[in-house]
Design a protein around this ligand. Sequence first.
Ligand SMILES: Cc1cc2nc3c(=O)[nH]c(=O)nc-3n(C[C@H](O)[C@H](O)[C@H](O)COP(=O)(O)OP(=O)(O)OC[C@H]3O[C@@H](n4cnc5c(N)ncnc54)[C@H](O)[C@@H]3O)c2cc1C
Length: 610
Amino acid sequence: MSTSFVTMNNQESSSSTRLRRQKSSATLMDDTETTTSIVWFRKGLRVHDNPALSDALIEAKNGLKDERKKVLPLFIMDPLFCNAQKVGANRMNFLLQSLTNLNDNLRSLSSIDNAKSNDCLTVVIGKPIDVLRDVFMKFNVSSIYFEKEQVEPFGKHRDDEVIELCKNLNVHVKTYASHTLYDQEFLLSKASAKGIPPSTMGAFQKVLANVGEPPAPVPTPPKNSLRVIPGAGDVLSKEFKYANGIPTLEDLGYEAKNISFKGGKGGETEGLRRMRGALRRGGDGHKYVQEFDKPQSSPCQLFAKEKGNGTVKASNPFEMAKKAASSSLKEDFSLLWPSTTALSPHLKFGTVSVRQFYYELQDIMKNELKGKHTNPPTSLMGQILWREFYYINAYGTPNYDKMVGNRICKQIPWKNDPENLAKWESAQTGFPWIDAAMTQLKEEGWIHHLARHAVACFLTRGDLFISWEEGARVFDRDLIDADWALNNGNWMWLSASSFFYQYFRVYGPHSFAKKYDKEGAYVKHFLPVLKNMPSKYIYEPWTAPLEVQKKAGCIVGVDYPKPMVDHAIASKQCMAWMNEAYAAEKKEKSGEEKSNKKAKIGGATRSNNT
Ligand SMILES: Cc1cc2nc3c(=O)[nH]c(=O)nc-3n(C[C@H](O)[C@H](O)[C@H](O)COP(=O)(O)OP(=O)(O)OC[C@H]3O[C@@H](n4cnc5c(N)ncnc54)[C@H](O)[C@@H]3O)c2cc1C
């Protein structure tokens, strides 16, 4: 783990500034010698493996001068994101649950004198820079600790602004890279002298082989290590709303009826339980970890009702996925968990530390399975590595979330077609498999990786030829796990704009899911209008004779849309356009190379002549 410091220039000037700040404001402090450390939570909503929190508590306890130092755990909600146009209801709900759980877990660390305090975590709505300025004024703040944002431009800019403010006010800043396995700055420096990230998993694995293991998780701080400031929110400027307690969805203007994520609550307690449940899945022998093979997982399994302590009914989801493809099996597939872990919302918010996940998984692979298991890139460990792969690419690629100005992204003349985009977004394409997946996204805020593949391919190079940036925007709003590095990277992959270039391999919007769910249980679940359609027609209801449609209570074109394109024609056309775009880029590149060569030769000739 790497830490960076914006150190105080001089201790003397720092304390006099603090005194000045304190005198100039009405503060709650009863003792001018007391200083405060802020632990600023953003992602990393956990007390396990949280180096910013751990260091703040260690230093608050051990500082010679600051024996009386208090710690203010703080979460700031930027109003920019507190609306359903930016952040879908499922994600906001998951965040609020995670904050509630963080508050509880901080309370379990707090000292006897304030163990009963309800608000161990102070949650404030306001622009971070404004809130922090107010906090610095009111609480005689000497230091601030936080996990640094390494990739997302918005967060990087916010952090830079805050660091600048701290410099001006002589507040000591300590930042940590703990959202990923490695500090991305370190990783990229090891990957390439020129700052170019590896563009394939194979190349990335070679880099990893040379950098050693990621830093081990730091221990959870002990009980009684946190001395919080009860009622801290009351002291802050009244312009910041909800400074007392954690807001509800309704407080933020969301409608609670839009929530139906089935993958458990937000928060580290639930996240760790689910992570350990996944690692134990399949009972003794850790069969799940042993056999995890991403391409064999099914996009059509639904969230199950859990049995017992985190283990699930299906002993081997990969086996079950295979069986689901045959219509002979009479089991209720709605009683299966998704065949992947569904830990992504927890990794996104850092309610589960990716390093904790890595080390617990590695322990099972080494000590229980003795090396007999699937391997990256398709194994469970492989999935953790994919996450890191997209992070290093996001870190080392300017304009990563755009086509224009993005070095690794093919320049493709996508169509501007708001009408077709709206049909895709609102699950009205007329292809039941695509519409069911888009409905799951809208209703539950999560879909399986292969369902993401299908809808992303359909929108871009498969059928509609609409830009991946549009799709990424919709995912960014509606996914609980929306993650800037992973979302943009995977959209580039699926649209054959970067990382993957076989644009002629297109998913059939009516054939793909049959492989996993012959009966169409997934479609029927999310599109009840089709629930009585015979399985034979479930993926192509427009081919059912009118009599059959009538009997099923679903007439195509009346009760459910006709397919918006003829897939055979549309996909052929898309491939031709992709072919043209690739050829144009090749031509342009070779032209550039030629002129570079000429320039070099010209330069060399000149220099020879001089
Ligand atoms: C178009 C598209 C957009 C996507 N957008 C996101 C996003 O915004 N946020 C997000 O977390 N994932 C995204 N993914 C990647 C992937 O689909 C999800 O991480 C995965 O489906 C989450 O389910 P899981 O936790 O059960 O995964 P598991 O298979 O159980 O994997 C465990 C963890 O590994 C990581 N992981 C798995 N697959 C990938 C991958 N392909 N790329 C990067 N990391 C991976 C995730 O953190 C995941 O939680 C996207 C994929 C596509 C095709």
